[in-house]
Design a protein around this ligand. Structure first.
Ligand SMILES: [Zn+2]
Length: 215
């Protein structure tokens, strides 16, 4: 079974969790709205998706035209890709919910966004490491989520995970942040930490790049 085969189930599970978290955060009594918490959206940032930690919404980014409706899973166009992406963004949500999404991480992600807009200095090596660890754990969480839903075919997932991590590595490298070791030679270990410390002298160049990022 591939990721696309569980896309509808995953979408529903994510919507329920996001709605519940949103309801808990607001003043009860609350109607738990379970639609609209996952939606399609124009491209932005490094990931092809976005977990909005302020509004508790997951956006799957795609050039227009969007699927119709925008707040329901598109099972025709690229369900494997979308399911992997949603599982990854859901991983960011779960990280936020569990408290792993610390203030330090948020500051690091913001620093990367600002640096890419050329509006601030590059992330520190420690911040760059926090960003990469969060991305890696979100993919690990994504794999666990999909496996729990019954996925057994991982080719599409592995390709998307590798591409997703490479996009962050490239963005950080463009800002002068380079990891110790050949990161790209070992990107496949989804169930174990692949993190390596960044060089202490990294992140000293001027910012490059211009897109929003960091989730
Ligand atoms: Zn991500």
């Amino acid at each position: 079974m591939g990721p696309g085969d569980v896309f509808r189930l995953l979408w529903r599970a994510a919507e329920l969790d996001l709605a519940e978290a949103s309801a808990v955060r607001t003043v009860p009594p609350f109607p738990v709205v379970t639609t609209g918490t996952v939606t399609y959206s124009p491209p932005e940032g490094i990931d092809d998706g976005y977990f909005d930690r302020n509004r508790l919404i997951i956006r799957l980014c795609r050039p227009e035209p969007f699927p119709t409706p925008e707040d329901a899973p598109d099972l025709q166009t690229q369900p494997d890709v979308d399911a992997c992406l949603l599982a990854h963004e859901y991983g960011h949500f779960r990280s936020w919910k569990s408290g792993v999404h610390t203030d330090a991480y948020v500051a690091a992600a913001t620093a990367l966004e600002v640096a890419q807009l050329k509006s601030g200095p590059p992330p520190t090596p420690e911040q760059a490491e926090l960003v990469m660890r969060e991305e890696e754990q979100a993919w690990e969480s994504a794999r666990a989520t999909l496996a729990n839903l019954g996925v057994t075919r991982w080719t599409a997932f592995d390709a998307q995970r590798d591409a997703g991590l490479k996009a962050y590595t490239d963005a950080l490298e463009a800002l002068g942040c380079v990891r110790e070791g050949p990161f790209r030679d070992s990107p496949r270990k989804s169930n174990s930490r692949t993190s390596r410390p960044l060089r202490p002298s990294a992140c000293t160049r001027s910012p490059k790049g211009s897109r929003r990022s960091a989730r």
